[in-house]
Every structure is written in C-alpha cells, then in structure tokens.
Design a protein around this ligand. Structure first.
Ligand code: NAG
Length: 270
C-alpha cells in the first residue's frame, strides 16, 4: 500500500518536472528513462538535434563572412508602408547621437503621401517640437522651435518625393526632389532634441511624448530616412534625390528605426 503510494508520488513529480522543462524549452532532446527522484535526463542527440546543430554552425560561418555593413545595405532597399490612419503605427528613433546641441543638421526622407482626404499629416517630429515636418492640406508644413510655417506646392499624392530639411547658422532650408525651394532665415539658430527622440508618421500630443495627436497620423510610404549633424551641400542633396537607396546619415539611418504597430517593411520602390 505504502509502496503504491510512493510510486504514484514519484510518477507525479516526474510529470511535473517534465512539464516544467517543456514549458521552459529545456526539453529539446530525447528523454531517457527517469532516474530515481523523478529527475529527467535530456540527451541532445537524434536527427533533429543534429540537423539544428549543423544549421547553427552554418549560420555562424555565414555571419563571420558577412561585410560589417550588411544590415545598412539591406535596409537601403527597404521602405515602410503605413497603411492605416492610426496612432499605433510609427517609426521611432532614440539614438545617443541625437543627445547634443545641433548647430547644423540635415534630415532627408523619401515620402509618398496617399490620401488627399486627410487634412494634415506629419512625416517626422522631434519630441519638444524643435523640428517637425509634414503637410497641411496641399501645403508643406514646417515647425521650428515652436513656430510653424506652411508653404504652397510641393505636395503630390501617390508619387515619391525626396524632402530634405537643413539647418545651419543662417536658418532652415527645405529641398524638394534635390532642389532648394524655401529658406527660413533665422540667424544663430541651434536645436537640442528633447530626450534625443524623434518619431516618423506621428506628432507627439504634448512635450512629454505621452501620446500622439490622432489628427496627424501619416498614411503612405517612406524610405531613405537619414539624418546628419551637418548641413549637406546642394550637390550632395541633389545627388541623393536620384535614388532613395543612396546616402547614409551619420546620426541615424534606416537601420536605427524601431518599427512600431502595424508599419510594414516593403521593398523600396523610389
Ligand atoms: C518628385 O519627383 C518625382 C519623380 O520625378 C515626381 O513624380 C514627383 O511628383 C516630384 N515631387 C514633387 C513634389 O514635385
């Protein structure tokens, strides 16, 4: 009677141990006969495990032979699709390099707006509104240190456009498809990006970045996102406007973007 109870108890402990191991993913191999005390020994053999080990070795070799810049090369061929008007879809950047005072900068993005029916959309916005860029109706929209401007033209729907914004000691400038279109003279300007944070496809609802403004969500495609801590020359910007796969920002680029919500990576078609 006692012996039967003991056997039942040991079997119970074995079952629990096995379940725990399966849950924690330890149990990847073949199970041998249980030892006393209900312990389960896992032997990593069997064709499946050998196959996995071989695969790991192959991947290790592949990794070692890769060029150091492989991720940025593949990121260049990617674009992002924002296919619904929602506050949960965006790209976030939080990089060490943004945590400083900028006396010069260049921000470039390829954009394809989709719906003229949306009144206002933000392409990129820094926490604290030191810099936001987007459109309002059929006008481009620029926010610089809390002040904003809109200007006519340069908004097309369902067509790729390259937008670059630069800033240096003389002020801000906007380039469309590689050509300078608008200057905002503002001597001695410099910016500090709050918490070193920026968001693509949304506008922060307040200066704490606790939520987004639902009226400003972007719908369409973006690609070739790059940011520099210097003002690029007209020639450099013009050159980059020929392909969204050229250029790489020294502060951040496509590889530094965190994809949030339902934003999808798609092949860059610009
Ligand atoms: C930018 O250039 C592309 C390709 O030529 C064109 O389709 C698009 O309409 C241009 N965008 C603007 C705002 O002119």
């Amino acid at each position: 009677m006692v012996a039967t109870k003991l056997i039942a108890f040991v079997a119970f402990v074995m079952l629990i141990t096995l379940l725990e191991q399966i849950k924690s993913g330890v149990h990847a191999g073949r199970m041998t006969k249980a030892k006393r005390g209900g312990r389960v020994k896992v032997i990593h053999t069997g064709p499946r495990v050998r196959k996995l080990k071989k695969k790991v070795e192959e991947l290790k070799k592949k990794l070692a032979s890769m060029e150091p810049c492989e991720p940025c090369e593949s990121a260049k061929t990617e674009g992002f699709l924002f296919d619904s008007h929602t506050m949960t879809d965006y790209l976030e950047v939080e990089v060490e390099g943004l945590n400083k005072r900028f006396d010069e900068l260049t921000s470039c993005t390829w954009v394809k707006f989709k719906y003229p029916s949306l009144f206002s959309e933000i392409v990129v916005c820094a926490l604290g509104y030191q810099f936001c860029f987007g459109r309002r109706s059929d006008k481009l929209y620029m926010e610089m240190g809390g002040a904003y401007s809109t200007f006519n033209g340069f908004v097309r729907f369902n067509e790729w456009t390259n937008y670059c914004v630069t800033m240096d000691i003389d002020g801000w400038e906007v380039y469309v498809n590689g050509t300078r279109k608008k200057s905002f003279l503002d001597q001695g300007v410099s910016v500090i990006f709050k918490e070193g944070k920026m968001v693509y496809g949304q506008k922060y609802a307040d200066s704490y970045g606790s939520s987004f403004n639902p009226q400003r969500s972007f719908v369409g495609e973006m690609a070739g996102i790059n940011f520099w801590d210097r003002k690029l020359s007209d020639a450099e910007i013009s050159e980059m406007s020929k392909s969204c796969k050229s250029g790489k920002g020294n502060i951040f680029s496509m590889v530094d973007l965190k994809v949030m919500g339902g934003v999808k990576k798609i092949p860059a078609s610009c």
